[in-house]
Ligand binder design. Structure first.
Ligand code: FRU
Length: 524
C-alpha cells in the first residue's frame, strides 16, 4: 500500500472527446501514474491482460503492425456484465506489457460490434490507404439487437473499418455491411487472412453448425467459395470464432493446415471450448480426414481463442478469453470482469504417429519469470505426501519434470481451500478438481464436477509439468503444451502449500522442481 496519501485515491477520469471521423464519442479511462492501488483488487491478475474496468470477452483483431501487437477485445464499457459490444483496444511491443488505448469501435446504426479480425492491407487492395501507408482494416460482425428481438434470423452481418494511424483512430466503411445475411441465425466472427495461394483475402465465418469460406480481392466484395464441418467435429453447440493457418510439422518439411472452431456449449468439461481440425487447404476448400474430436484445451476457461495476423517470422500466437459463458457474468470481481490467457505459441508435432497441436506460453514470457529461484529434486516414497510451502502469493510459475504418472498435486491455504490435480497413469487421465478451491457458489455450474483430460497420447518417459498461477487463474501445460487445462479459481487466500502425494507403489521422482515469482505487468 502507498504511504503517500496523494496516491491513495484511485483517480480515474472519464474523458469524453469527439472523433470527427466517426462522429462517435471516444471514452477513455485515464489512470494517474504512480497510483499504487492500480490493479491491486482481490483476484486481479497480475501478468494477464484485463481491462481497467468493466466487461470483456473474446480477443478480437489480433494483428501486428509497425512494431505494435494490437489486442482488441469484446468490451462493454458501462457495466461488468455483457452488454452492447464495442471493441476495446490495447497495444504491446513485447506481448507481455500492455498499454490501454481508447475504445476502437463503437456500435452504430447497423448494430453492436461483435468479434472479428484485423489485417494490414499491404497492397492497398481497399484503396483506404497508400502504398507507403497501408491501412489497418478490421472486419467484424454487426449484431442488430432489435432485429434479434423482433424474431428475425438475419440480424448478423459483416462490416469493415480502417485506420491510417496504426489503430489510434478508426473510420467505418461507408457501404457497410459488406456481407449481408442470408437467413443464417448465427453468422459471425469473421477471421480474414491473406491467401497466398490465390493472392486474395480469405474470410472464415462461423455459420451456425458449420464454417463458411469466402474470398475477396478488396475486402469489400465477397464471394462464398466453400463450407466445412456440417458432418464433422463436435456439434454440441453453435460454432463461433473460427481461425485457420498453416503450420510446419516440427522437425519435418511438411505443412498442414489447422482449423480452430470455438463451440458453445459442447466442450468436454461443459460449456464452451475450442476444437481443432488438422487438414489441408487448397486456397478455397478445407478438408480433414480427422475422425475424432480434438480440443485445444480441456480446462473450462479458454474460449474464443484466435491467432495474430502478420507476425514477424509468421509465428502463430494465440490468445483466448479466460472464462466460460456458463458463469462468465457471475464471477466474483467487481471492477472488471474476465482476463485473457497468456499469449501462447501454437505449433504442430507428430507424437506417436499422431499430429498434435501444442499450445505453450510464448518464449518471451520467460522474461517475467524469476529464473534465479532454486530448483530441487524431490523424492516421494510410495503412498506418501511431500509438503512444500509456497512463497509467491499465487503469482508464480511452478515447473518440474517427471517420468511418473501417478501423483496428486494439491494446492492449499489457511482457509482450508484445496485445489487438486491428479495424474492417473492406469487410466491415462488427468483430473482437475476445483470444487473446494475457494469461492465457487457464485454460480451453480462453476465447480460441480471434476474436470477430466485424457492423456492417452502422452509419450513415455520424462515430461515437463508447468503451471502458471495468477490470482484467479491457473494454466496447466503438460509436455510443452501437448495437454493443457486453463481454469479460473477464486481462493479465499493465496495458496501457501503444495502437497505432492505419490499414489503409486514406486518412488516418485520430481526433477528440477522450481517455484518462481512472475513479475506483474501493471505496476506503475
Ligand atoms: C463468443 C461470442 C462470439 C460473438 C461475441 C459476442 O464468445 O459469442 O460468437 O461475436 O462472443 O460478444
Amino acid at each position: 500500500m502507498a504511504s503517500n496519501p496523494k496516491y491513495l485515491i484511485v483517480i480515474a477520469l472519464l474523458v469524453l472527446v469527439f472523433s470527427c471521423k466517426d462522429k462517435e464519442p471516444i471514452k477513455q479511462l485515464v489512470t494517474i501514474e504512480n497510483d499504487s492501488t492500480y490493479y491491486t483488487e482481490d483476484y486481479r491478475p497480475q501478468f494477464h491482460f484485463t481491462p481497467e474496468r468493466n466487461w470483456m470477452n473474446d480477443p478480437n483483431g489480433l494483428v501486428y503492425h509497425q512494431g505494435v501487437y494490437h489486442l482488441f477485445y469484446q468490451y462493454y464499457p458501462d457495466d461488468i456484465v455483457w452488454g452492447p459490444m464495442h471493441w476495446g483496444h490495447a497495444v504491446s511491443s513485447d506481448m507481455l506489457h500492455w498499454e490501454h488505448k481508447p475504445i476502437a469501435l463503437y456500435p452504430d446504426e447497423n448494430g453492436f460490434i461483435f468479434s472479428g479480425s484485423a489485417v494490414v492491407d499491404a497492397n492497398n487492395t481497399t484503396g483506404f490507404g497508400t502504398a507507403n501507408n497501408p491501412a489497418l482494416v478490421t472486419i467484424f460482425t454487426y449484431h442488430d439487437m432489435e432485429g434479434e428481438q423482433a424474431g428475425k434470423t438475419d440480424f448478423q452481418t459483416q462490416g469493415i473499418a480502417y485506420s491510417l494511424d496504426n489503430g489510434d483512430s478508426w473510420t467505418k466503411y461507408k457501404d457497410n455491411p459488406v456481407i449481408g445475411n442470408t437467413e443464417v441465425r448465427d453468422f459471425r466472427d469473421p477471421k480474414v487472412f491473406w491467401n497466398e495461394k490465390e493472392e486474395l483475402w480469405t474470410m472464415l465465418l462461423a455459420a451456425g453448425d458449420h464454417l463458411q469460406i469466402w474470398n475477396s480481392t478488396n475486402l469489400k466484395e465477397w464471394e462464398q467459395v466453400s463450407e466445412f464441418g456440417k458432418n464433422q467435429g463436435a456439434h454440441g453447440g453453435v460454432w463461433e470464432c473460427p481461425d485457420m493457418f498453416p503450420l510446419q510439422v516440427d522437425g519435418t518439411g511438411e505443412t498442414k493446415w489447422v482449423l480452430l472452431i470455438s463451440i458453445n456449449p459442447g466442450a468436454p468439461n461443459g460449456g464452451n471450448g475450442t476444437q481443432y481440425f488438422i487438414g489441408d487447404f487448397d486456397g478455397k476448400t478445407f478438408a480433414s480426414d480427422q475422425a475424432e474430436n480434438r480440443w485445444l484445451d480441456f480446462g473450462r476457461d479458454n474460449y474464443a481463442g484466435v491467432t495474430y495476423n502478420n507476425t514477424p517470422n509468421k509465428e502463430r500466437i494465440c490468445i483466448g478469453w479466460m472464462s466460460n459463458w456458463d458463469y462468465a457474468r457471475e464471477t466474483p470481481t467487481e471492477k472488471w470482469r474476465s482476463a485473457s490467457t497468456v499469449p501462447r505459441t501454437l505449433s504442430l508435432s507428430k507424437i506417436n504417429g499422431l499430429y498434435e497441436l501444442l499450445n505453450y506460453p510464448l518464449k518471451n514470457f520467460d522474461k517475467l519469470v524469476d529464473i534465479g529461484a532454486k530448483a530441487e529434486d524431490i523424492i516421494v516414497k510410495p503412498n506418501e505426501t511431500n509438503i512444500m510451502s509456497l512463497a509467491t502469493e499465487n503469482q508464480s510459475e511452478i515447473r518440474f519434470k517427471t517420468a511418473a504418472r501417478d501423483f496428486v498435486l494439491s494446492f492449499k491455504n489457511d482457509s482450508t481451500d484445496s485445489l487438486a490435480i491428479a495424474l492417473d497413469g492406469k487410466n491415462k487421465m488427468i483430473t482437475f478438481d476445483r470444487r473446494n478451491s475457494g469461492l465457487t457458489d457464485f454460480a451453480a455450474n462453476f465447480a460441480t464436477t471434476v474436470q477430466k483430460m485424457p492423456i492417452d497420447n502422452l509419450p513415455e518417459g520424462e515430461v515437463e509439468i508447468r503451471i502458471l498461477l495468477d490470482a484467479s487463474s491457473i494454466e496447466l501445460f503438460i509436455h510443452q503444451g501437448q495437454y493443457v487445462m486453463t481454469n479460473q479459481l477464486f481462493p479465499r487466500d493465496a495458496y501457501t502449500t503444495l502437497e505432492i502425494l505419490n499414489t503409486s507403489n514406486v518412488e516418485l521422482q520430481v526433477k528440477g522442481f522450481r517455484e518462481s515469482a512472475v513479475a506483474g505487468i501493471w505496476k506503475n
